[in-house]
Design a protein around this ligand. Structure first.
Ligand code: R5P
Length: 314
């Protein structure tokens, strides 16, 4: 893979190392630090002139810092004459504000798209964007992979029995249908209302979960409110067993407390965001699956100008 260079920001170096290992390449060498006033300082220690450069950075909390670091990285690669720069963003933050559904609010997903392009990104590779239409906020190619094959392969090893796929809100129905197509089972939807950034109210369930194993799927677990309430509702309506699969374990604020108190049997997330030791200690039912092979394979194919569409499962 001549000319391919892979770099990592500081948000998820573990995943970047696993991706580089899959590709059989070392991570590019950098001097990445903070100035005394908190500004980010970066110097590339490898020559990237004419290279196909990939920078791996999730814009997970602290999102502002990780986003700025990604922009600075892209600018640095551009000024060092990389031929093509791909922003590899396993978790794309600021994606949930993707439309103006009330007055006087920003569309942060579009703002981030503009910032990445202005900084010099030529392509974006990401995973389970909060909404597919965010791809249209960019005028550069965006490959939006799905973690469903990774999560489904793991869930398929569990003893499932009669299964119902549950979407914890209307936004995840399509996602639940993709899992149902691969694992089998019926579909049910929870009627969720969002009260604030950290508070949701799950009202009722449309569909049958009585005596079933429930697999509840979501793209993001942030404060854990959606999933904890969803688990309570499906148990109330007679679910025998509750399994939760989510791509991005943001796990902020009261998430660990909420999830450890939720009536769930198994929780699986991917490694798009590093999970802190405290969450590992408290969430005994948590399994973390790596998307390194999926993302590494996509990088290999992009570099070789091969199709990545067979990696898209949604
Ligand atoms: C909402 O549209 C998303 O798909 C997730 O359900 C939501 O972001 C989860 O947030 P929280 O864990 O804070 O309820």
């Amino acid at each position: 893979m001549t000319g391919l260079r892979i770099f990592s920001g500081r948000s998820n170096r573990g995943l970047a190392e696993r991706i580089a290992e899959y590709l059989g390449l070392p991570l590019g060498r950098t001097q990445l630090d903070d100035f005394p006033d908190g500004e980010i300082s970066l110097k590339l220690l490898d020559d990237v002139r004419g290279c196909d450069a990939f920078i791996v950075q999730s814009t997970c909390p602290p999102g502002n810092k990780h986003l700025m670091e990604l922009l600075i990285f892209i600018d640095c690669l551009k000024r060092a004459s990389a031929k093509r720069i791909t922003a590899v963003i396993p978790y794309f933050g600021y994606a949930r504000q993707d439309r103006k559904d009330e007055g006087r609010v920003p569309i942060t997903a579009k703002l981030v798209a503009n910032l990445l392009t202005t900084a010099g990104a030529n392509r974006v590779l990401t995973l389970d964007l909060h909404a597919h239409q965010i791809q249209g906020f960019f005028d550069i190619p965006v490959d939006n992979l799905s973690a469903e094959p990774v999560l489904s392969a793991h869930i398929g090893t569990l003893d499932l029995g009669p299964l119902t796929l549950v979407s914890p809100d209307v936004g995840n129905v399509k996602r639940a249908r993709v899992y149902a197509n691969h694992l089998g089972g019926d579909l049910a939807i929870i009627d969720k209302r969002r009260i604030s950034g950290s508070e949701t109210q799950s009202m009722a369930i449309i569909g049958d979960v009585q005596d079933k194993t429930v697999l509840m799927v979501d793209d993001i677990i942030a404060t854990g409110g959606t999933i904890a309430q969803g688990c309570t509702i499906v148990r109330k309506y007679g679910a025998k067993r509750v399994i939760v699969a989510a791509t991005h374990g943001v796990l902020c604020g009261p998430a660990v407390e909420r999830l450890s108190g939720a009536p769930l049997d198994h929780l699986a997330v991917t490694d798009t965001i590093p999970t802190c030791d405290e969450a590992h200690r408290q969430l005994t039912k948590l399994t973390i699956l790596s998307v390194c092979e999926l993302m590494g394979e996509a990088i290999r194919r992009i570099h070789r100008n091969e199709s990545v569409s067979s990696l898209f499962m949604s």
